[in-house]
Design a protein around this ligand. Structure first.
Ligand code: ACO
Length: 337
């Protein structure tokens, strides 16, 4: 049977460190508020003034993942690129990454599911592999948030949480009768919450022009979030989708060796773990160092957890889960072997 396994992971975090105290110098916030509400101590942003798109960060993460997988760019059958901060409005960042990898005909697909983007990405990769359409899929989640944040007091709730970064995974076919690799997925969306977390402009729905100076007066070109609504949805839906995928695949909560959740807020993840009744060592968090890197957060955390030896890559059962703008949420269950 065709199954999908992770052959290599990689991450890239840009070098420009921004601490909470750095932010407190430009907006009305404090290190104490940010740490208490989110757990974040610092994040990294691209070098101010540089021309660095999400595809540039993705390239570095992809090269590391491909080195570990033993892949050359020509081995890739499909690129899946998850981001909410594409290099430009269109085309998507996948084609920029493709050409930076030195390729000129490999298909490239962009996924716009925000924090759940990497999970939609690896689920799509699994479907392509199981269907025999592809043998090797590069899935990347990458964000350059820092150039699109409202760095005034008006945007302080959103600006303090986001960091830049990229993570990648090389997903490859494996013929096996054992239940290994990607063994289950559960993806969801609920569009009635679309405007609870959005970056509205430029918007094709407005005419005669999609972006005018008048529209920008209220900062509608920056992300807006109803934080407490999203928080409440997250602490409800993340445990729900965890139980859903375990039920679907026939595992129990105690079979899980590690949870790699999206890194949106440490408090969300602590509530989530509490509701599952699991001890802290069953969840890996690194939001303290990187902030919320949206589509990048799960592959970054997965790569770091593997590097730190938090996951036994010869046997562990690992759950990846996320909730974010859309509203989108989901989980993927992975068995290392
Ligand atoms: N510094 C200081 N004070 C602030 C800041 C800040 N950076 N931001 C907001 N405040 C103030 C508010 O103005 C408010 O003041 P008031 O009581 O005088 O009105 C107070 O702090 C509380 O504001 P809340 O918004 O209620 O704070 P909350 O505890 O909800 O924390 C946060 C805000 C961190 C954003 C939280 O709601 C959250 O994490 N929500 C979920 C985020 C999430 O999961 N998003 C999805 C993923 S992202 C994606 O998909 C792209």
């Amino acid at each position: 049977m065709r199954r999908s396994v992770i052959k290599g992971t990689g991450r890239y975090i840009p070098p420009h460190l921004v601490t909470n105290d750095d932010l407190a110098k430009i907006i009305d916030t404090t290190d104490e508020w940010i740490q208490q509400r989110t757990g974040i101590k610092q994040r990294y942003w691209i070098e101010p003034g540089s021309v660095t798109g999400s595809s540039d960060l993705a390239l570095e993460a992809s090269k590391k993942a491909m080195d570990k997988a033993g892949w050359k760019p020509e081995d890739i059958d499909l690129i899946i690129f998850a981001t909410l901060s594409p290099d430009i409005f269109f085309p998507g960042s996948g084609v920029f990454l493709q050409t930076k990898l030195g390729l000129d005909s490999t298909p490239a697909l962009d996924i716009r599911q925000q924090c759940t983007g990497f999970l939609y990405g690896i689920t799509t990769a699994d479907a392509y592999i199981r269907a025999g359409i592809a043998d090797r899929v590069l899935v990347v989640g990458a964000e350059v948030h820092s150039t699109g944040l409202d760095k005034t007091d008006r945007g302080r709730d959103v600006t303090v949480i986001f960091g830049d970064g990229a993570g990648a995974a090389c997903i490859e076919v494996c013929e096996s009768d054992e239940e290994i690799g990607i063994i289950g997925h559960a993806l969801h969306a609920d569009g009635k919450y679309a405007e609870s977390l959005m970056l509205e402009l430029p918007a094709s729905r407005y005419s005669p022009e999609r972006l005018t100076k008048e529209m920008m007066v209220d900062g509608r070109e920056y992300p807006k979030m109803d934080g407490s609504r999203i928080f409440k949805l997250a602490v409800k839906k993340l445990p729900e989708v965890t139980h859903e995928i375990l039920e679907k695949t026939g595992y129990t909560i105690n079979d899980l060796d590690m949870i790699i959740p999206h890194q949106a807020n440490l408090r969300i993840n602590e509530f989530y773990l509490q509701k599952l009744g699991l001890p802290p060592e069953k969840m890996f968090n690194n939001i303290q160092k990187y902030g919320n890197t949206t589509a990048g957060s799960i592959p970054i955390a997965l790569d770091e957890a593997i590097e730190l030896g938090k996951i036994d890559t010869s046997k562990d059962l690992v759950l990846l889960s996320a909730l974010g703008a859309g509203l989108t949420w989901g989980a993927v269950l992975y068995k290392f072997s």
